[in-house]
Structure formats: structure tokens, C-alpha cells
Design a protein around this ligand. Sequence first.
Ligand SMILES: Nc1ncnc2c1ncn2[C@@H]1O[C@H](COP(=O)(O)OP(=O)(O)OP(=O)(O)O)[C@@H](O)[C@H]1O
Ligand SMILES: [Mg+2]
Length: 331
Amino acid sequence: METNVNVALAEFRKAMGMSQPQFAEWLNKKLNRRYDRNRISKMESGAEAVPAAVRLLTQRPAVFERTVVVAVANQKGGVGKTTTAVNLGYALAASGHETLIVDMDSQANATIHLGQNPLRLDEAQRTIYHVMLRRQPLADVVVAVSDSAPLFLAPSSLSLAAAETELIAEPGSTQILAEKLKSLGGRFRFVVIDCAPQLGQLTMNALGAADYVLVPTQTAALSMMGIPQLLSTIDKIQDRVNPGLSVFGILPTMFDSRTSQDKESLEELHALYGERYRIFPEVGQATIYPRSAAAGRITLEVSPDTRGMEIYVELAKSLIDTVAREAADAT
Ligand SMILES: Nc1ncnc2c1ncn2[C@@H]1O[C@H](COP(=O)(O)OP(=O)(O)OP(=O)(O)O)[C@@H](O)[C@H]1O
Ligand SMILES: [Mg+2]
């Protein structure tokens, strides 16, 4: 059955002056897929549904007045930043909001988690490093990473490690990411930045570009020790670089309710920060998180019933509500 979507696809292809095989090749390059003439023909005739990623790429993009930028940050390693950025990003996108995840960590964990190959992207100079320091336009490195939701990624690679020192020499070095995001001209409703486990130039850029910071923390004494330093850095960024930045809240992760240590740490977290900051419900431990990350799959997309997923969905809702309230207040 032919629908508007199928017809729009054929019209888009013809407007670009491409044959079906050329169009397949173009899509494959953009989306990292293996379409051929036959599949394109099926999509255009309505014999096959047009995948969400193809639809998004070929539709005229929406232009949002304001893009809301959320940095997921904590200089402590392994506290659930990447897991949070990926699942929150997907939850936002799955509610119909065009969302871009920016991988600001040279470990490229989010890039791999989202099924992309950092080495290949690095060779093609299509990573956030090339955007930040090699004048590659941000729009040119963005890849679609989900068939079921409008989720996109600005990937990272090992090259980004060099950015820490290279950025120091750049004028206005903490504002570069903010400028690059502006260059997207309202193409995305939300941007979620996955930060590296350090408070260096890249994390400063993320905080300089963000409206909100979300701080995941493991509920273990040692993991929580870095929070005061992060919060004081956020205060400084607010004073000097980005007065629009606010703390969205603290998210306890990998919580094991069977251990008294985790329970005590959670109480301590509430006692120390509960008055000044929002503390979200804790995400429990589940083995599916590392498994899906290693398999390059989004946990919320492939196993939405996993324990803790409801918290990522709630976080997304809360963010969407906060933004809607802000918009209402502004008018
Ligand atoms: N709720 C959870 N239950 C069990 N394992 C989890 C959970 N959340 C995250 N993990 C796993 O813990 C490890 C660290 O998580 P993640 O990579 O998200 O942390 P990170 O803060 O981004 O780390 P880094 O500082 O190295 O960037 C990963 O293997 C991840 O799959
Ligand atoms: Mg990470």
C-alpha cells in the first residue's frame, strides 16, 4: 500500500537527481546500512515500510526555537554516565523528540554502544574531534543510530584524547562546543552530552554548552567523594562562562538494595545533597546493561522491561515537562 511517506521518499530521491541504486548508496553512507535498489524500490512502492532513520534523513527537518542541552557528567570513572546518556537519549527520542547524543569521551563508549565503529569514523574524519579542532561541520558527522526513534549521534574516537591539550591553545576554548551546537540551527529538540571521566577542557566545553547537568553516581562511598569538586566546578562555570547552566539532579546508579553499604551511601547522598539538589530514584543493578553495551545495542530499545529502565523513561518525561514549563513561563 502506497502512503504519503512512500511517495515522499520517491519525491525526495528524484529532487536529489538520484537513481534508485545511487540513492541506496547515498543512504548506506549516511546511515551505515546495506540497502540496494530492490529495497529502495520496495520502500517507494509501499511494499516495505520506510525505516524511521531513512524517514528522518529524507524529511525536511523540523526547526526548534530552542535546543535543550543536557550534559551527563561526573569526573569519577565508571559511574554510569554513558549508560545514562544513551538510555536517556533514546527515551527522549522514543517520545518523538529529535535527539542528538554527543560523545565527548575519547574512550568512545557511547559511540560503540550505539553500534558505530570509531576507527572507521576516525579515518573518514567524521568525529567530534574533527568538528572541535579540524573545521569539519557538525552536521556532517551526525549519524542516525536507531530505526525506531529519531536518535542521532555525533561520534567520538581515540583522536579526541589529543583535544585536551590542543584546546588549551584555542581562543575561547570552553565555548567551542556551544558554538558548534548553535551551527545546527535548531535541528534537534534535545542534545545529550556524554562526558569523559575528567574535569578537563572537553568536560568544560560540555558544561559551557549545557542548560542542565545530570550527575550519575554509584552509591558507594568512594564514588561519591568527587561530587563536591564537580558541584564547585559547575558553580564556577555558572559564574564565569554559562550563567544559564543548572543542575538537573543527581542519579544514583548500579544500586544494590541487598548491600547495607549501598543503602547507607544512598542515605548519605540524600542527607548531604537532598536539600539543594533533586535526587532521582536509584537505578538498580542488572547484568543486561554491560551486555547490551558490548553488543552495540540500546538497552531501552532492546529490553525495555529491564529494571531501572522506568527511571530513564521518567527522567526523559521530567526533562520534557521542565522544558514545556519553561516555554510556558517565557510566554
Ligand atoms: N544499572 C546498571 N547495572 C549494572 N551495570 C551497569 C549499570 N549501569 C551501568 N552499568 C555498567 O557499568 C559499567 C560502567 O558504566 P558506564 O560506562 O555507563 O559508566 P561511565 O561513567 O560512562 O564510565 P567512564 O567514566 O569510563 O566513561 C559499564 O560496563 C556499564 O554497562
Ligand atoms: Mg562513559
